[in-house]
Design a protein. Structure first.
Lengths: 533, 434
């Protein structure tokens, strides 16, 4: 393999869900976000990695596991609830096998779901004892996977104004990573790839060596990037920044011919939760009885019309293999082309949302597995690499100040700052300032005061999740996003008032600690301002 | 209802009333604001009844009433006195004055001319339609995500469970404050062309302004002064605010620094500042002019690298976008109806005919035998309930299906069989459209 390669490919998956955990209810609709991602994305990825390792495939992949996701993966209540959820679905799939007996094309699918769901339970429960974080960690320890961190609660950093509070998002994330994965994180995925000058310094302070920006973050950086996005750069703070490649991104996301839209793939919007008789599926719905998606989907995309044909898994799998081959072929061509005039071996950085694979694009995990196999067995032009490995091989980089950017629609902050969600910022900024004020005022609190201060930090962090603004913009589950935002802001403000008035209600504090229990080891002193803040 | 009557009502009652009239109101609004909206709605209705043109209650739409003029202060702005009376004046003026304003000269001030907190009301209204309805047409569910890019759809799917939201009764209900009692203004960069600002001016500060200006107060305007920090000598432009505004999107230039002051502008041009914002810098939206001579390469090679990186796509798409935005904005001003573009335009659901019909048939087969008997249906063994009953449910396709049901006693001595057959045929007729 010595120097045969024409360049590098760095595949990056960003896995994230907001912290949703409601012990105050017996079951909670939005917890299904996590359960669906487990069944359709996280567990299939683990399955794929296991198979790759078994078959001796030397793959490289970078995966960000956000602190909120790590926390949920490690939470016993959610683990228990996931099993309960899964058992219900397995039961439904069993009934579906019977129900579809006279319709072979659906019968086959019912069998597939029953098998897949049972398999998910086996992997989750038997193989990994409900603990998937160590599962991911083992691939990192084997050198195949590089797990990176993210903002503590996925707060969109470019819209934060308080530097101390911005730092806390990164600091807390780095500490949390170390606690769960046994070493300091080398890289960070900035929430929504949102960068604004100055964030690199905070990343540096946390001991993290690299991050990613969208294409224009590097391209519009100053001075001009000598290698475009095909080499990382050092920010003035000496943290490395890798720019997203547009071409490989387009192959997946193009509205016209992106892979996930292929007619053979499974249709996301047709679900038995809506297609089947109400009385029959009622036992599998939540207590409120509203129809929801249950994850058993029988149709393929077929075409643009509403008339959908039954899903054919074998054909879809073939398609995924074909698309993986096509992706690899295009990267080979891209590297060969660039190699002619770039002057160095180019690196192509291709980041995607992890939940794209499996949840939205059902065959996505197959595609990744095929791609990693093909990269290993079928070619020598591309070397699959993690950013850390690249930096070790190529420590000499150009120094460039990247430009403000995000990978959101239109490339900046509009998704999180527009008519539907701009009302949150007066509150978010105020409570961030207040948190810093409290940390300055009480440098060494004990007992109830300390607990109240720690809880205030949790409430601030949870309010800052970019997911809420995003959901307000997209218009589904808006009410929940409003509720979460308001709850955390209001709880923070009550804690703030109580702390200053020296009237902490320990009973209520305990309830809130139990409800918003993320980051059990948080130390509010992370909000003490540093020099220059 | 007369304004005086409304003023005597409690805020709770007003909220209820406003919500029942589908007005977008929230608990963090001031009582006077809610009253204003109700009054405006009343007026709008009266006009409609009289056969007048379209008029909307404030909050559902608002034109670029306060317009960002050219540098050095707008010329065509409506001088509305601050505070309570302004809303009435503005409401009265709106119909006649705004459309007359020259479209191009008055640059739009930005997409969201909306008081903070409005989305809460919107959500509440949307929820009313929820229920345990039979399967909602898939097309309409899907439509919610339409208009977005594929990637947006995919990301949104992460939070999409198909359902309208479940009504989880709140365990603890807390509200966010309407304000924090601090005079402040904050600026945020949205993208190379827009800066967002929000502010709070306390009642106490309004009183101070009122006493400062004395008799001329009714002729004063509350304004935003947008300062171009990089310019020398420093230049600025002003935006006249409507009373209900609490935030504003300001059209700006890429790669420049801005600072925004809020205050009152007297009739003689004196400006009394209430607060001034942080300085913000918009990003550049093209490649940098700075070239590092240690990393110098021929221009044509750089061109190639820039193109391969997608540089021209980035620029082209933002240029196209810009053109599109301006076009849309102008259309909206002339049509006079938009609350917030960005999302507003995107989320606008098409009102196409969503009529449809589909059916599916299922067969339920049930019965009983002895609890310890062995039962097969079409040769496949079926588990029995404790009392010997069984129930099966099959999706029923077109065609004929024979269903032999056989029970064998536990001691293998006796066997009984019932053969049943079903035939199903469906035919879809040509649709009729009248």
């Amino acid at each position: 393999m010595m120097d045969k390669e024409k360049g590098y490919l760095s595949l990056v998956l960003h896995a994230h869900l907001p912290y949703v955990r409601h012990p105050e209810y017996d079951e909670f609709l939005e917890e299904d976000w996590f359960f669906e991602a487990l069944t359709e994305t996280y567990i299939p990825l683990i399955e794929a990695f296991d198979r790759l390792i078994e078959d001796g495939v030397d793959f490289r992949l970078t995966l960000s596991l956000t602190p909120t996701l790590l926390s949920m993966l490690s939470d016993p209540l959610l683990q228990y609830r996931y099993l309960r959820h899964l058992n219900k679905l397995i039961d439904l799939a069993g009934r579906e096998i019977e129900r579809t007996r006279w319709m072979p094309e659906f019968h086959e699918l019912a069998l597939m779901y029953h098998w897949k769901l049972s398999r998910a339970r086996h992997i989750f429960l038997e193989r990994y004892n409900s603990r998937l974080v160590p599962a991911f960690k083992q691939y990192q320890d084997l050198g195949k996977l590089e797990i990176i961190t993210c903002g503590a609660t996925h707060g969109f950093l470019p819209l934060m104004l308080n530097r101390t509070a911005t730092r806390a998002q990164i600091r807390i994330a780095a500490d949390h990573y170390e606690k769960h994965l046994g070493r300091a994180p080398r890289g960070i995925w900035l929430p929504e790839c949102g960068y604004v000058p100055g964030i690199d310094e905070l990343i540096k302070e946390a001991g993290i060596r690299y991050f990613f920006t969208d294409t224009h973050g590097i391209l519009f950086g100053s001075p001009r990037p000598r290698y475009g996005v095909f080499a990382p750069v050092y920010c003035p703070s000496a943290v490395a920044a890798f720019g997203r490649d547009m071409e490989s991104s387009k192959q997946v996301w193009s509205a016209r011919d992106g892979y996930p839209g292929d007619c053979a793939y499974r249709e996301f919007y047709r679900d038995v939760g809506f297609d089947l008789d109400y009385d029959y599926i009622r036992p599998y719905l939540h207590a409120d009885g509203n129809r929801i998606n249950l994850g058993i989907k029988y149709y393929r995309i077929t075409g643009l019309s509403d008339r959908k044909e039954p899903y054919r898994p074998a054909i879809a799998r073939e398609k995924a293999a074909e698309h993986a081959g096509n992706f690899m072929f295009n990267r080979e061509k891209q590297l060969e082309y660039l190699n002619d005039f770039l002057g160095i071996k180019p690196i192509i950085v291709s980041p995607y949302d992890a939940e794209l694979f499996g949840h939205w694009w059902y065959e996505g995990p197959d595609w990744i597995e095929f791609l990693l196999r093909k990269l290993h067995f079928d070619q020598e032009t591309i070397r699959s690499i993690t950013p850390s490995e690249y930096l070790e091989l190529h420590p000499k980089l150009q120094i460039i100040a990247p430009s403000m950017s995000s990978w959101g629609y239109k490339g900046y902050s509009e998704v999180w700052l527009e008519g539907s969600n701009d009302w949150i910022y007066p509150h978010l900024h105020m409570i961030a300032d207040r948190m810093v004020e409290l940390a300055g005022r009480f440098p060494d609190a004990d007992d109830a005061l300390r607990r109240a201060l720690n809880q205030a930090a949790r409430e601030l962090l949870l309010a800052q999740s970019s997911d809420w603004a995003f959901i307000m913009k997209t218009g589904t589950m808006v009410e929940y996003a409003h509720k979460r935002t308001k709850d955390h802001i209001a709880r923070f403000n009550r804690l703030y008032d109580d702390i200053l008035a020296e009237r902490i209600n320990e009973q209520w504090l305990k309830e809130v600690e139990n409800r918003d229990n993320i980051f059990p080891d948080i130390d509010y002193r992370v909000y003490r301002p540093m020099q220059g803040d | 209802m007369k304004k005086a009557e409304l003023n005597r009502m409690k805020k709770d009652e007003l909220l209820k009333l406003a919500k029942s009239k589908k007005l977008k109101v929230t608990v963090d609004m001031l009582k006077t604001e809610i009253v204003d909206r109700l009054v405006q709605l009343e007026q709008a209705k009266t006009r409609l009844q009289k056969g007048g043109g379209k008029a909307r209650p404030a909050g559902t739409s608002r034109k670029a009433g306060g317009t960002a003029g050219a540098k050095g202060g707008g010329s065509s702005r409506a001088k509305a006195p601050p505070k309570r009376k302004a809303a009435e004046a503005a409401a009265a003026k709106k119909k006649g004055a705004a459309p007359a304003a020259p479209k191009r000269a008055a640059r739009p001030a930005g997409p969201a001319k909306r008081a903070a907190g409005e989305p809460h009301g919107e959500a509440a209204a949307g929820r009313a339609a929820r229920g345990k309805a039979p399967a909602e047409p898939r097309a309409s569910r899907e439509k919610k995500l339409n208009g977005a890019t594929i990637r947006q759809k995919a990301v949104a799917s992460k939070y999409y469970l198909g359902a309208e939201e479940a009504a989880m009764p709140p365990v603890e209900s807390m509200e966010v404050p309407g304000g924090y009692g601090i005079d402040r203004i904050v600026a945020m960069v949205r993208d190379p062309h827009w800066v967002f600002t929000y502010w709070e001016v306390t009642a106490g500060r309004y009183r101070e302004l009122e006493s400062h200006f004395g008799d001329t107060w009714p002729r004063c305007s509350m304004i935003l002064r947008v300062i171009d920090v990089d310019s020398d000598p420093q230049s600025h432009f002003d935006i006249t605010l409507t009373t209900e505004a609490r935030n504003w999107y300001i059209s700006v230039q890429p790669d420049r620094s801005y600072q925004i002051a809020i205050g009152a502008l007297g009739p003689d041009g004196t400006f009394v500042q209430v607060a001034v914002s942080n300085v913000v810098k918009t990003p550049r939206k093209s490649m940098s002019d700075v070239v590092d001579d240690r990393w110098m390469i021929p221009d044509e090679v750089f061109e190639k690298i820039f193109a391969a990186s997608g540089g021209y796509d980035v620029q082209a798409s933002s240029e196209e976008l810009r053109a599109l935005l301006e076009k849309r904005l102008l259309e909206e001003i002339s049509s006079g109806a938009v609350s917030s573009f960005g999302s507003g335009a995107m989320r606008e659901e098409e009102r196409e005919r969503g009529f449809r019909l589909w059916i599916a048939t299922e067969l339920i087969l049930y019965g009983a035998t002895e609890p310890d008997a062995r039962l097969t249906i079409q040769g496949k063994e079926i588990p029995l309930r404790g009392d010997g009953t069984f129930s099966l449910r099959f999706a029923l396709p077109d065609g004929k299906i024979d269903i032999p049901v056989t029970a064998v006693s536990a001691d293998q001595v006796e066997e009984r069989t019932i053969e049943t057959a079903v035939r199903k045929k469906s035919e879809e007729k040509e649709p009729v459209v009248r």
